[in-house]
Design a protein around this ligand. Structure first.
Ligand code: SAH
Ligand code: SF4
Length: 366
């Protein structure tokens, strides 16, 4: 047995696993079998894999762990569309992952950090402060966790599970979409997050399309530029919330570090280099940023950047007193954006009864 620390398999890319297997003196083709067993079958009983040398099974058992995260608490929304999982980490911290069903597809809302350092005033994660970055394995584990839930649902009640016509090999409903919109700021933890997206996209594994992964950032400018320079194929959402530097800095303290004009320049650079539009998120707060003049300001601001605006009526959190805009205000906002040719959507409010809505994730007792 080596003196190396135990390796979490979920933190390895397919080629890293191959290199590891080879370094132990086995043929790299075995890595493919292990990979499929783990990601396609959702199994870790290595001894059942046909043709896998017993010495390799021993090695896997001694030197690796999968990196599953145990469920500490599970809550289901009353409408049945949202499930929130509190998952335990090795160092006893906890994170939240949300399973959402929107019009027939399943999306996992995945966390990137324990807490968050960015301090947005209306966000429960921001209100709890920053503890640490998640590792790649901890990020991948959240997605696999949701995929396993779907697998288990299919076994318990096949009638409930849709057959996935796109992947005929799998009779269970598969995880199709991931949004990096859980706890934390993903671009503050760039390397671990991007490596996780690479693992999740790997063919022969979860094989998620790059267009099925959306990363949401508060506006970490160097990270946005790096995504563009590296041509990372995932989708980008930028949390805007205000179209003036002053207004934004009041809601999003990190706007003082990366002011609005610098952020918009980075967004323009990204959109041009990637040849695609950006989603701009706007938490709608009554009387704060939902007035007609706010909508006109967004319309003007986004003239030069191809974008779409996702309006998110404020979800309640303990540390912020603001109220959500009503439907009429959201509609009015949308129609003004339309005058500028800006497409927009209003996010469906889901999972609010279990504090699983945007910005409500925190691991303190609610
Ligand atoms: N840190 C990243 C991603 C996680 S937050 C970011 O800030 O973009 C995901 C989204 O939820 C962001 O757009 C954020 O602004 C929004 N959000 C945070 N708190 C919210 C709340 N209380 N109500 C509605 N949306 C909220
Ligand atoms: Fe962090 Fe995003 Fe919450 Fe801001 S909104 S505190 S960046 S998780």
């Amino acid at each position: 047995m080596s003196a190396d620390p135990v390796i979490p398999l979920l933190g390895l890319t397919r080629s890293e696993l191959g290199a590891r297997v080879e370094s132990w003196g086995f043929k790299p083709l075995h890595a493919g079998k292990i990979w499929r067993h783990l990601y396609l079958e959702g199994r870790t009983d290595w001894e059942t894999i046909t043709g896998l040398p017993i010495k390799l099974v021993d090695r896997l058992q001694a030197d690796t762990e999968v990196g599953w995260l145990p469920i500490t608490r599970e809550t289901h929304s009353t409408d049945g569309f949202t499930r929130k999982y509190l998952l335990g980490l090795r160092d006893n911290h906890q994170i939240e992952t949300v399973l959402m069903r929107y019009s027939g597809r399943v999306t996992a809302c995945v966390s990137s950090q324990v807490g968050c350092a960015m301090g947005c005033v209306f966000c429960a994660t921001g209100q709890m402060g920053y503890t640490r970055h998640l590792t790649t394995a901890e990020i991948v584990a959240q997605a696999l966790h949701v995929d396993r839930i779907l697998r288990a649902t299919a076994t318990e009640d096949p009638a409930l599970a849709e057959t996935d016509h796109e992947s005929p090999h799998h009779r269970h409903e598969r995880l199709r979409n991931i949004v990096l919109m859980g706890m934390g700021e993903p671009l503050h933890n760039y390397d671990a997050v991007i490596k996780a997206t690479e693992i999740l996209r790997e063919p022969g594994g979860l094989a998620l399309g790059a267009k099925k992964i959306t990363l949401s950032t508060v506006g970490v400018v160097p990270g946005i530029i790096r995504l563009a320079d590296e041509q990372q194929p995932i989708y980008l959402a930028v949390s805007l919330h205000s179209a003036t530097q002053e207004g934004r800095a009041a809601l999003v303290p990190v706007a003082k570090k990366w002011p609005l004009d610098v952020l918009m320049e980075a967004c323009g650079y990204y959109a041009e280099k990637m040849g695609r539009r950006i989603f701009f998120e706007w938490t709608l707060i009554e009387g704060e940023n939902d007035r007609p003049e706010d909508a006109h300001a967004v319309g003007r601001l986004l003239q030069r950047v191809p974008g779409q605006v996702n309006l998110i009526p404020l979800n309640p959190t303990n540390g912020y007193g603001g109220a959500a805009s009503d439907n009429a205000a959201a509609k009015r906002f949308q129609s003004i954006l339309a005058e500028y040719g800006l497409p927009s959507t209003v996010r469906q409010r889901r999972g609010i009864d279990i504090a699983a809505g945007c910005g409500q994730l925190a691991t303190l007792e609610d």
